[in-house]
Design a protein around this ligand. Structure first.
Ligand code: ZN
Length: 127
């Protein structure tokens, strides 16, 4: 596991949803900033792990956003503030829980459609 400090203490680890994911080391309160960054590259088209800011702008942030898995019952959402990209909690996240967001809230489409494995839907196709 990779440990790093940011606004909250996060870990990258094996996910039951898909591959690797981002986990809360300690519990995080509702409305908290989980992570904030202005260190990203931009591209006109989506790539694996990118976050869509506008119709023609997709941000690739390698430390955290790249690893956040999708869930139809997200516990975080992506906010933009000037040149910063933020991950904000929608509810309290217990320690050791996976941090997830709903890709449908930011993405018009994703480059690699998949069958959702979040456990909160019946295998919705995310595309
Ligand atoms: Zn789902």
């Amino acid at each position: 596991m990779t440990n790093f400090k940011c606004v909250s203490s996060l870990q990258i680890g094996l996910s039951r949803i898909h591959g690797q994911g981002v986990f809360a080391f300690n519990s995080i309160k509702k409305g908290a900033i989980v992570f904030v960054s202005s260190e990203y590259s931009t591209a006109p088209n989506p790539i694996y792990g990118s976050v869509q800011r506008t119709k023609d702008e997709h941000l690739s942030e390698p430390l955290v956003f790249r690893w956040v898995n999708h869930s139809c019952h997200p516990n975080t959402e992506v906010w933009f503030d000037g040149n910063r990209i933020l991950l904000i909690t929608l509810r309290e996240i217990p320690s050791k829980s996976e941090i997830v967001c709903c890709y449908d809230r930011t993405e018009d489409s994703i480059p690699f459609p998949f069958v959702c494995n979040c456990g909160n839907c019946s295998g919705k196709i995310i595309k």
